[in-house]
Design a protein around this ligand. Sequence first.
Ligand code: TYD
Length: 214
Amino acid sequence: MIQTNNRGLFLTFEGIDGSGKSTQCRMLADHLRAQGREVVLTREPGGSAGAEEIRRLVLEGDPARWSAETEILLFTAARRDHLERTIQPALEAGKVVVCDRFADSTRMYQGLSRGDLRATVDQLHRLMIQREPDLTVLIDMDPETGLSRAKGRQGREERFEDFGLQLQEKMRAGFLSLAEEFPERFRVIDGAQDLAAVAADVAAIVEAALDANA
Ligand code: TYD
């Protein structure tokens, strides 16, 4: 069930590229702040000064720059820094942490996209991270819609969004089976609904978790 070893609550959002997670993270943070809660809105890779530097290393430049294994190390290094500097201190201070992607993204993107490296991802996670979110919201979405949204954005971070439809299908299925693997912390939301309806579903789920954690 919900982990209560910290006073705060650790919430993560997951989903394929273009699923609308980032918007929903912001909307949830605004909603919780309006209720008077202290919220830290953060993201991965990134979320601390060091981890943002690693983000640039891993998401910009030649997509063939890193091997799959090196990429796992970089994402995990970024996560460790983010956890030490941002997430743990916030949870210890009783805040709600809303994080756009976390270890489940590594389980999917590095664990599935270039061969079966899930066991390596899990080993490194056990060694260096350990911590799982209290609650993970999976915004489930049809990859064709997700991809057209992701491609519509400009920017240099096209590393993963270039993988195409087939990979996004694989990621979607992977995320759904991850939700079955960790049913106690995963909640799946239909991302095809309009923004406000998704946000209402998210708010209901998170409020239930906050009540249970009170
Ligand atoms: P993000 O900024 O969340 O992009 P988007 O808004 O499109 O979801 O994440 C950037 C990319 O990094 C995304 O394509 C997924 C990838 N990623 C990994 O491959 N492994 C990881 O562990 C994380 C956290 C992200």
